[in-house]
Design a protein around this ligand. Structure first.
Ligand code: PBG
Length: 325
């Protein structure tokens, strides 16, 4: 059968028909809101590279949690900017670290209403800006880093973090963290693994925001190369075998094929990270009046979801409730 019997436009005729037949809906409850907490400030500081985004002082995180919940967003992802950085990134795993303090405040205030996710990595806490400890030659040491990631995860969970999200791209990090958590009695705490994390220029604005640009070299010896597909599937499979409860593909827009492959290949929740550079491009163009922000954000989130993401980490999280169709 074909035209004129078949007319595809019949089902596109009215707004209600189109809405009824849309296969992809975005719910604010499937969005995760990233918060930058800076222990060195007393007022929110605008992040120049991420228009409309701020670093918040510790005493304003509750306000941000509240704002997220009011928009139907149930989960936040915490990043910390510590007062001091050092060689081993000890600010990541100290009891009074910035993320630990923020998590305690949020947990006290919101209890189980808000899901607190902690990014587990060292790059915001090391003075060299790499995601693990380095040797004299400046190479990132995998196995030495695992213990520090394990300690970071445990100290975050002790402070109220509900889900830990390791993003350092060290081999064996999921297994190590699972062991550390279980040992500490946190066998119920899920791990969201940044499994397929590509070495990407789209992280640029984030690194400005979190002051985590490597002082030398780059992250290409631990984050994935842009052209690899098999490696992404392998990273995901390994992480699931090591005990990951959810996996992530990051960035989102240039890697929609990877999201879609992951969805087709694995039966775990798939999370996509709509990263800082993706946000900044939309904001910059919208600010110039070159695109319509609301429609473009709706379209981007729909595309990421359609590719197969169950959850989306996005800097647009708090804005979209009234935009979603
Ligand atoms: C920490 C981390 C990064 C991002 C999330 N966790 C930075 C990086 O790997 O350089 C980037 C997020 C974004 O760009 O929005 N390792």
């Amino acid at each position: 059968m074909s035209f004129p019997t078949v007319r595809m436009r019949r089902l596109r005729r009215t707004e209600s028909l189109r809405a009824m037949l849309s296969q992809v809906q975005i719910q604010p409850s499937s969005l995760i809101y990233p918060i930058f907490v800076d222990e060195t400030i007393t007022e929110p500081v605008p992040i120049v590279t991420m228009q409309g985004y701020f670093r918040y002082p510790l005493d304003q995180v509750i306000g941000e949690g509240k704002a997220a919940l009011e928009q139907g967003v149930k989960s936040v992802l915490l990043f910390g900017i510590p007062a001091e950085k050092n060689e081993t990134g000890s600010g990541a795993y100290t009891k009074n670290g910035v993320v630990q303090k923020a998590a305690r405040k949020l947990k006290d205030e919101f209890k189980e209403k808000l899901v607190i996710i902690g990014d587990v990595c060292l790059c915001e806490y090391t003075n060299h800006g790499h995601c693990g400890v380095i040797n004299k030659e400046g190479e990132v040491q995998n196995d030495e880093t695992l213990e520090l990631l394990g300690k970071t995860a445990v100290s975050q969970v002790e402070s109220g973090v509900d889900i830990v999200a390791p993003s350092a791209m060290m081999d064996g990090q999921i297994f190590a963290i699972r062991e550390f958590l279980d040992e500490a009695g946190f066998e119920q705490t899920p791990i969201l693994a940044y499994s397929a994390k590509y070495a990407s220029a789209f992280y640029g604005p984030f690194r400005e925001a979190a002051e985590s640009t490597p002082k030398f070299g780059n992250r290409r010896s631990y984050q994935m190369s842009q052209g690899s597909v098999h490696e992404a599937l392998r990273e995901i499979e390994l992480d699931i075998n090591e005990g990951a409860d959810m996996i992530m593909v990051k960035p989102a827009l240039a890697y929609l094929d990877i999201i879609s492959l992951a969805k087709a290949s694995f039966d775990v929740p798939i999370v996509a990270y709509n990263v800082s550079g993706e946000y900044s491009m939309v904001k910059a163009a919208a600010l110039n009046g070159w695109i319509d922000e609301k429609s473009v954000v709706q379209e981007i989130l729909t595309g990421i979801k359609r590719a197969g993401a169950d959850l989306i980490i996005t800097y647009h999280a708090k804005d979209v409730k009234n935009w979603l169709k």
